[in-house]
Design a protein around this ligand. Sequence first.
Ligand code: APR
Ligand code: ZN
Length: 247
Amino acid sequence: MSPLEEAARIIARSRFLVALTGAGISADSGIPTFRGRDGLWSRYRPEDLATPEAFARNPRLVWEWYRWRMEIVFRARPNPGHLALAELERMGLLKCVITQNVDGLHQLAGSRCVVELHGSIRRVRCVSCSYRAELSEPPREIPPRCPRCGSLLRPDVVWFGEPIPRDALEKAFDLCERADAILVIGTSGKVMPAAMLPQIVRSRGGAVVEINIEESDITPIATVFVRGRASEVLPKLVELVRELVGQ
Ligand code: APR
Ligand code: ZN
């Protein structure tokens, strides 16, 4: 049996399947990943652009970088990998997607249950008051100001050194404690606490199905590793599952 067929069997017989996604699932939507050959962190230093200290030091520079990333995200469309996960949810198999991505493409693909561990680049929030807003395009002037109190607005994403939003973290842990299988797609598995979620499923006897173009820090605990691009593998997986469950 091929890894793809084994993965399909695990999904078809799962009772509570969740997914953990990383930048790799959005690569084929034209959104750069962070690590690996042409990743963002090979060209920029996270400590200069994705930390509260960097923002305090130079909000304009940080906003220039985020405006560039927002322009890419607002142009991006969900790819067949995102659409396949939404289909698995519609089939009643996938309960929820836990994502490290901030691009909102799972929701645009039709996934209804999405836990955003690292926030969303489509949202901004005020550094002083409770103002927060969903944007439909990058801000014209940067750094943008809060319309309520005049303070700086920042991207509503989690920077290095910042805590994951409590409700997202609690929901992610609760889902993984109930899961009997987890799809781990397009993540290097290097950033906590996301990287520990597959371990929770595994330690309770659940299956870990990894889809990646190369091995990651998750691979050592994977029940099955399917080498390939998420946008190509996931649609094939859904078709095999459909045959097995007769939908
Ligand atoms: N299909 C499947 N996997 C892919 C594809 C693809 N088309 N392209 C790349 N990958 C894999 C890479 O092999 C790598 O394992 O996706 C992974 C991307 O890893 P990272 O760039 O480290 O992204 P991610 O794991 O999501 O990073 C986690 O780090 O910088 C922070 O907050 C940021 O959410 C991000 C977190
Ligand atoms: Zn404000």
